[in-house]
Design a protein. Structure first.
Length: 293
């Protein structure tokens, strides 16, 4: 049975909408204009900001240069009802490297800034750690929607409709439902349908997906849940290191942990592996995680 939202849209429709949102409109003075999806959080989702910023930066980066690192700061909660204006600054260009700084505004307010570095792959040292466990067949695991369907009445709309990214959790209930005390989490993910063979597009879609669950290990390490009440959270910064190229319309394993939390902030980290166990990206995010009294 295909899951639909209240307007009859399927997960494939939501993915198509995401791909449309990653094609930014050109405005005056080289500024690029982005929008939020029809179904949104009360604020602009951070993964969308980062993905649109990467798409904006790529507009000024010559092939075959590809992103190898992204460092972003979420400076203010964006309004999903208002357009986002992306300004790209060309910091460095050379035959093998390029650096871009991207600023996103709504009106006079800066809501997001990121610096991205692009390079070409050349022969060099090679190694990568193995995943802690790679025994699952993600196709046999329940989709996130199957876990959440009995709980729709108490969950925000963001989690109760079809999503562009298929998330599947081995063995344990997903973060949305669980407050079990544990040291981390593992999940499989992929785009819900095949994407065009454009590696840059795959990197932007992965950037969108990378922010969906990365602060959850902070709560799990403390036996807390986002939706059990008593917690206020928001992303503060986000970093991605792309080690190897990989398609996000194939399954990747996201192993996540939280090294520390203190002072109302928590750090989530993650490594991303292809289905054959190759480490292809590493991600880190610090977030605001405050107790509500």
């Amino acid at each position: 049975m295909r899951e639909c939202d209240r307007t009859g849209r399927t997960a494939t429709d939501v993915l198509d909408e995401l791909l449309t949102l990653l094609v930014l409109d050109e405005g005056a003075g080289g500024v690029l204009r982005g929008r939020s999806p029809r179904r949104s959080l009360p604020f602009v989702y951070g993964g969308l900001l980062a993905a649109q910023a990467l798409a904006a930066a790529y507009r000024s980066v010559d092939r075959p240069l590809r992103v190898h690192s992204l460092h972003a700061y979420f400076l203010a909660a964006g309004d999903p009802r208002a357009d986002l204006l992306y300004e790209v600054m060309e910091i460095r260009d050379s035959p093998s490297f390029a650096v871009r700084r991207v600023c996103a505004r709504q009106g006079e307010r800066v809501v997001f800034e990121a610096t991205m570095s692009f390079s070409i792959d050349v022969p060099g040292l090679e190694h990568g750690r193995a995943p802690n466990c790679l025994s699952d067949d993600p196709g046999d695991l329940p989709q996130l929607g199957a876990w959440l369907r009995p709980h729709h009445a108490v969950l925000p709309d963001w989690w109760t409709g079809p999503m562009a990214i298929d998330l599947r959790y081995p063995a344990q209930p997903p973060h949305v439902l669980s407050s079990a005390l544990r040291s981390g989490q593992r999940l499989w993910m992929r785009a819900v349908a095949s994407l065009p063979e454009d590696a840059r597009l795959h990197e932007c879609v992965f950037t969108f997906a990378s922010d969906l669950t990365l602060l959850d290990p902070v709560l799990l390490a403390n036996g807390k849940s986002w939706y059990a009440g008593g917690i206020r959270g928001a992303s503060l910064d986000h970093a991605i290191w792309f080690h190897r190229r990989f398609p996000i319309d194939g399954w990747v394993l996201y192993e996540q942990a939280s090294p520390a939390s203190y002072g109302g902030r928590g750090l989530g980290t993650g490594d991303v592996f292809t289905a054959d166990g190759t480490l292809c990206a590493s991600v880190a995010q610090q977030g605001l995680v405050r107790l509500i009294t």
